[in-house]
Ligand binder design. Structure first.
Ligand code: F0G
Length: 468
């Protein structure tokens, strides 16, 4: 019954075409735009207040919706009957205060929280969306699923295929553009792994063609059901903060699925009368992959009530192609120059009031080491959020006393070669992995110390270290 209250709608208000729930093109047939999952909320049972979610167990048994940090918010993404929801126990993630880090980047104590999505079964936030996409895929009878990926989407898809046996997975990766840990997951979980000559943007183009040609279900974030699952990241943030929105959510921007989904989450909660105040968003691009920043902050592209300046966007991309500009950053997950959710992100920035900033690879790796020293391990792309926050505090866009949540999107075991090079003492490796990307110093390095295999020498090193 719930499925009938959900449908797809073109995001452009002047078009507004609706698509059947079972559509898997995820494109408006009239104008080619992105689509949203929409609900006829009047036909659905809604909580009267977000506090109703308090009554549920945080970690339930298998088969209980609380087993999933996504489906325990089912009433807020009710596109499938709960009995049909696919879950492998995703979304049991945590929000942690980060006082020491707050002080070192200029926020008052008690004002910074890190929301850690690395705890998901495949090690990144993607699982929030993957369980939702798999639920839709099963309802529409899909047999195969595909994605382009810089690592995390492929790991998530491969894991859900292996764990649920519902779909067979095909992942497209750019050659030399995926971290070993993530490639290992895709291979281990048995996904058909296709390595193409090109980068993520090339792989994304190709997978869309292949999915259309072969009727394979696409699980990249162009799939609006994925974004429904990712809304729950914000529900968990609210829950951890006793249902009070923070002042700012800071999130890295790659394909811009997260910011789009977060915008939809807050805008729906607000329209349904379940929150009184929305947070503002800060989206952080890597300097070498800064399409959103260039368009929003430099060229003034805004949602403009659904009439964004398409000419500015098209000419930006035309110039990019003419100059053969490719995305380039150590933060592989956000090394994307053609974000598929660009317009949804621009819309979310308008709904919630937002800013976009860029950070260098140097800033990203320094922030990553600081996050690690604070007690959570994240990948470089995730640390872009903290690096961006530091900038926004310095610019006084974010005040010292504002309450800020940085989203740590993925686990430290991704891109670990960058981490080891950063902390290592081997100059050659440093130059090879980091120097060529403009990283000059490891300001927060924790170098391993080479010691002869002698007890007294080892003891001397340990004691000297602990005295310092
Ligand atoms: N952080 C991590 C850890 C990611 O894996 C990604 C995207 C992003 C941030 C960017 O998020 O698209 O919502 O803006 N990873 C994709 C992948 C590209 O293939 O796994 P977004």
């Amino acid at each position: 019954m719930a499925a009938n209250a959900a449908y797809l709608r073109c995001i452009i208000p002047s078009c507004g075409a609706t698509l059947d729930f079972a559509d898997t093109t995820f494109r408006c047939p009239k104008c080619g735009s992105l689509t949203d999952v929409e609900y006829d909320w009047r036909r659905l049972r809604l909580p009267k207040a977000l506090r109703e979610f308090d009554a549920k167990d945080r970690i339930g048994r298998i088969g209980n919706p609380s087993y999933s940090g996504v489906w325990r918010f089912h009433e807020l993404l009710p596109f499938a009957p709960i009995e049909q929801a696919v879950t492998i126990g995703e979304g049991q993630t945590l929000l942690q205060p980060a006082d020491a880090l707050a002080q070192s980047i200029g926020l008052n104590s008690g004002r910074l929280f890190l929301h850690y999505e690395g705890l998901n079964p495949s090690g990144s936030f993607k699982d929030n969306g993957m369980c939702a996409a798999f639920t839709h895929a099963r309802m529409v009878g899909a047999r195969r699923a595909a994605c382009a990926s810089t690592g995390n989407t492929s790991a998530s898809l491969a894991l859900y295929c292996a764990a649920t046996r519902l779909l067979r997975g095909v992942v497209f990766i750019g050659s030399g553009k995926i971290s070993y840990g993530k490639l290992a997951q895709a291979l281990d979980h048995g996904a058909l792994t296709i390595q193409i000559d090109g980068d993520f943007d090339d792989a994304m183009l190709r997978v869309k063609q292949v999915a259309k040609e072969l009727g394979i279900y696409l699980v990249n974030s162009i799939n609006p059901f994925r974004l429904e699952g990712q809304k729950t990241i914000m529900f968990r943030v609210l829950e951890a903060l006793d249902w009070e929105a923070p002042d700012w959510i800071v999130v890295p921007g790659g394909n811009l699925g997260n910011v789009s989904s977060f915008g939809k989450a807050f805008s729906e909660l607000f329209d349904l009368g379940l929150i009184e105040r929305k947070p503002r968003f800060a989206v952080i691009n890597a300097a070498g992959a800064d399409t959103l920043f260039q368009l929003v902050e430099r060229r003034g592209v805004h949602w403009n009530a659904g009439k964004p300046d398409q000419f500015a966007i098209d000419s930006y991309y035309n110039d990019m192609d003419a100059e053969h500009r490719k995305a380039a950053t150590i933060a592989s997950a956000i090394e994307i120059n053609r974000p598929v959710n660009l317009l949804k992100a621009v819309r979310a920035l308008e709904w919630c009031g937002g800013v976009v900033r860029t950070v260098s690879d140097q800033e990203i790796l320094d922030a990553k080491a600081q996050v690690g020293a604070n007690g959570l391990g994240c990948e470089p792309a995730s640390a872009a959020s903290v690096a961006g926050l530091r900038r926004l505090i310095a610019e006084q866009v974010i005040g010292r006393d504002e309450r800020v949540v940085c989203i740590l999107t993925g686990h430290a075991l991704k891109d670990s070669s960058a981490t080891v090079a950063y902390h290592g003492s081997d100059q050659e490796t440093f130059a090879d992995v980091l120097g060529k990307r403009g990283i000059q110093m490891a300001h927060f390095a924790n170098c391993p110390i080479a010691v002869p295999n002698e007890l007294s020498a080892i003891i001397r090193v340990i004691e000297a270290h602990h005295e310092s």
